[in-house]
Design a protein around this ligand. Structure first.
Ligand SMILES: CC(C)(COP(=O)(O)OP(=O)(O)OC[C@H]1O[C@@H](n2cnc3c(N)ncnc32)[C@H](O)[C@@H]1OP(=O)(O)O)[C@@H](O)C(=O)NCCC(=O)NCCS
Length: 423
């Protein structure tokens, strides 16, 4: 099977999560990804959240599979010359250093076009170039807050009515995936034009792109003064902006997260069930949940009527779900055509055989560490199946990479003696 990006060389000057998630995906698609790391230090995540004191962290290993690593001091004249040489024949250059850092070292988009007009330059920053926050450094929560996610996530009343982060890396890995889309589009475009392009992905934009339905809600609120699909309707008050919506479904259907058997001791014994609006689908769900009488009762049998008594309906459904194991319940309701899903804990996910069968959860043999679990390549392509391989040890491929770019053994020894590459 020919890998989709076979023959594409990526110079990967990324770190932490956003950039590495993008370049890992490119590596899974078959690109040769060369990760540039600070001499003796490497990607900061190598030493973050260590579970073994002397090993690269799981954080690092899970984001840098299938790459090669070179330690290179890009601040020295020789280091800059080496990077320049690599860029002359590379297809893609990606970095996510702080705003201005790479341009300051002579690798701005303008300079790169002179080095290699076919090169595609991908960058991640917290904010767009012309934003008032363009120079602000950004991590995950910064993006979730500035991208509209935190304001609309969480509980809408009580002590915990505060802007809330999602556990999903909307700011980091999501931005990496957005950049990856941009890079793939730029590669396709280069096929036609022969020239590279500059792909700038802000973390704020990547989060906002996933909050499209919240902007929709803002416009509805401005037109009508209410958001009938949110928990606040019909009894609560609406202000001038979209409030936090708890576990409500994003469209105009009743969806909620219900307790299941064992909830008293298991914080994830829950199941999400969607009551579809169409009469036929509603009847199936009502029957399956033990309330066949709802079908002919005008208090329940239209979406508008149900919307007025959301709380009552949630309680009635939970009286059923609380007696059932979440996995059995999903099998049972799912078989009848009711949209639903179990709340899977991370423990559940590590044990889920079906996720392993599909290559979604994979075991990787990591040098020094041994086997560890990670999340494999999400898109499943009929003509190509990536094999997830280990993340590189710091500088593991330094010599081989320098040789590939034409440096002799003596030159490499000289770089080493000057600490331009690893010891
Ligand atoms: C993540 C972030 C906040 C970290 O900022 P930081 O602590 O200043 O760290 P950076 O790695 O960006 O820069 C540190 C320095 O290391 C230098 N450096 C990095 N790799 C190097 C190398 N191989 N050789 C020499 N110097 C190197 C940089 O040039 C920079 O030097 P400077 O401060 O003199 O300009 C910042 O990089 C950022 O905002 N990135 C864009 C958004 C993003 O992707 N965030 C991460 C989400 S996971």
């Amino acid at each position: 099977m020919t890998a989709p990006l076979q023959g594409i060389k990526v110079i990967d000057w990324t770190q932490v999560q956003s950039g590495p998630s993008c370049t890992q995906m490119l590596a899974w698609f078959g690109a040769d990804v060369i990760k540039i790391e600070r001499v003796g230090v490497g990607d900061p995540t190598r030493t973050e959240l260590l579970d073994y004191p002397d090993l690269d962290s799981l954080y690092f290993c899970q984001l840098n599979c299938n790459k090669r690593s070179i330690e290179l001091d890009v601040k020295t004249p020789e280091g800059k010359a080496i990077l320049t040489k690599m860029l002359q024949t590379a297809d893609v250059f990606i970095e996510n250093l702080h705003p201005g850092a790479v341009a300051k070292l002579g690798f701005s988009w303008e300079e790169l076009q002179k080095i290699n007009p076919r090169l595609i330059y991908g960058t991640i920053k917290g904010f767009n170039d012309d934003s008032q926050f363009a120079n602000v450094k950004a991590f995950e929560p910064v993006a979730q807050c500035a991208g509209g996610a935190a304001a609309t996530t969480g509980w809408w009343d009580g002590e915990y009515n505060v802007p809330t982060q999602s556990a999903a890396a909307l700011g980091d890995s999501n931005t990496g995936m957005h950049l990856c889309i941009g890079i793939l589009a730029a590669l396709m475009q280069r096929e036609k034009t022969g020239v590279g392009s500059y792909v700038y992905q802000s973390m704020q934009d990547a989060v906002l792109n996933l909050c499209r339905i919240k902007l929709r809600d803002q416009l509805i609120l401005e037109h009508t003064g209410v958001l009938a699909h949110l928990p606040q309707y019909p009894n609560g008050k609406f202000g001038n902006t979209v409030p936090r919506a708890g576990n409500v479904e994003g469209g105009q259907v009743l969806g909620w997260c219900y307790k299941c058997k064992g909830w008293e001791t298991d914080p994830n014994a829950y199941c999400y069930i969607v009551l579809q609006n169409e009469a036929k689908e509603f009847a199936v769900a009502a029957e399956a949940l033990g309330y066949p009488e709802w079908v002919n009762d005008p208090k329940y049998n239209t979406p508008a009527a149900r919307n007025l008594i959301k709380e009552e309906i949630y309680k009635a459904i939970e009286a059923y779900t609380i007696t059932r194991d979440k996995m059995d319940l999903v099998q049972e309701l799912g078989a009848k055509g009711v949209p639903c899903g179990p709340v899977l804990s991370m423990l559940d996910i590590t044990k889920d055989e079906s996720l392993r069968k599909t290559g979604t959860i994979v075991e990787v043999d990591q040098p020094k560490r041994g086997k560890f679990l990670t999340i494999g390549c999400p898109p499943k392509i009929s003509t190509f199946a990536p094999v997830v391989t280990a993340a590189p040890l710091l500088g593991a491929n330094t010599d081989e990479i320098l040789k590939e770019f034409g440096y002799s053994a003596d030159e490499i020894a000289d770089f080493r003696s000057k600490h331009i590459v690893c010891k």
